[in-house]
Design a protein. Sequence first.
Length: 224
Amino acid sequence: MEMTDRLPRFQRARDALERFAPLAWMKSNSETNSTTHLVEPPTIGWRFSEPHPELAVMFRSVTRAAPRNVDWTFKELRNSFIVPSRIAESDAGGEGPHDLSVTSDQDFCVAASEDIELIIDAITSQPALPTAARVFVFQIAKASADALVCVAESFTGEPQVGMVFRPVGLPDVEVRLTALSWYPPRPETQRHGPLAKVTLVGEGAGLIGRKELLVSLPGADAYE
């Protein structure tokens, strides 16, 4: 007797994505329309509970390399989407309703559905990246074009002197953490995470503002 206990695509995609970080939101079209029984054009959309820009390179690579039938696009704004390029061009990258002509093209939908399975499998097979260190700029102390001294809150990971960080809101800026001094816990700061005086150096450091989240770059290890 043939086994038919395969998990729904939504669950398989969720399991693949949650290997990397907790999800705050996710979207995945039904595999077939419950009324017409036509194959739906597949998309996957998600938002992690924290920004993870260090994963974008992996998702772009998988989106480009895994499919065999149609072209695909990875888009990262407030939410991230993996969608067939035909859909990305016609409906704002998966946020809006699909053009009905896409669903009526069943050859395309079937081909794209085969591809999305390959994409999910490829995401599942990717090695989990080391946990990135994240710091949140709590207060600005002093800033120049190439240096920033600030009070920062640690979110995850272990920020260390020598690490290279990229601000989530400033993707073209990279700074090196050159000095780090943790403050002792105080009653007035208990509602915040551990606070530290941090010096960040690099071209564009002065563009980093208060409430900016910075994420360490994979492979940019701290030096002694």
